[in-house]
Design a protein around this ligand. Sequence first.
Ligand SMILES: Nc1ncnc2c1ncn2[C@@H]1O[C@H](COP(=O)(O)OP(=O)(O)O)[C@@H](O)[C@H]1O
Ligand SMILES: [Mg+2]
Length: 287
Amino acid sequence: MGALVHRGKVRDLYEAGEDRVLLVASDRMSAFDVVMAEEVPDKGRLLTAMTVFWFEHLADVVPSHLVTTDVPDLPSELLGRSMLCRRAEMLPVECIVRSHLAGSAWQEYRERGTVHGMAVPVGLLEADALPEPLFTPSTKASPGAHDENLSFDQAVALVGGEVAERARHLSLAVYRRGAAHALDRGFVVADTKLELGWVDGEMVVADEVLTPDSSRFWPADGWTPGSTPASPTPRAAPSNAPSPRSASGACPTSGWARPSAARSTPQMRRRPGPGWRSCALASSPTP
Ligand SMILES: Nc1ncnc2c1ncn2[C@@H]1O[C@H](COP(=O)(O)OP(=O)(O)O)[C@@H](O)[C@H]1O
Ligand SMILES: [Mg+2]
């Protein structure tokens, strides 16, 4: 196996030849851009399986970086959580699409009546559907920093007009296709975050796509605007999960405590509850 070239909050990237990388999804959990002390067993396998499913399902919408998951001579602990990928030059922008008012979008709407600075109807409730999905990009923060919202014009300034337009077009197309498929199976995709990059002059989707780490999935039935539903994953809520909004500084959507340091606080050193996904992305503008 090649040398470790990058350790992300969740994924490790290994050298795999000149133009390839091996992307290994760990069981690490990250919330508010902080890696928590406790892992979720097999989470990386779930993220990998979902991403591979979606890459195939979305193949006619956007190509992906995936070469194969069938990697020879892989240590057993890496099986099911590894993707051999084409090395991409990643866009310095997180491509976020929101169709419902959750997380930081709900917070902004409550405070200013806008979503990502854009006008939306008045009188919406938390978790309400927006009239149409919105592209709400953000910066890709360096380690230890938080992602910042980017207006479309700021994204244009960063990557150029044509690239920003293409990223918006592909992100909305991925969202629409993924959300339609999820709805068929009883789930709303409230928002999602994509990472796009360049491979051989072609824009591809990389990293992960439409996973519980990158997206809010809500059960389509039994969900009513007025509060943000807990994500249905992982299925079993642990017995020691804090009750929503029990902790000071709790995550506005799930009730999970907001860690303040580079590692989790003792309060966070519990097994994550059903709101793990909502909280993980409610912290920063992503999504
Ligand atoms: N095909 C690829 N080529 C190069 N870099 C990639 C590729 N796919 C993903 N990456 C990068 O690898 C890192 C994966 O680590 P991850 O833990 O998911 O990161 P983050 O904490 O930034 O979300 C990210 O920085 C992502 O941009
Ligand atoms: Mg990532």
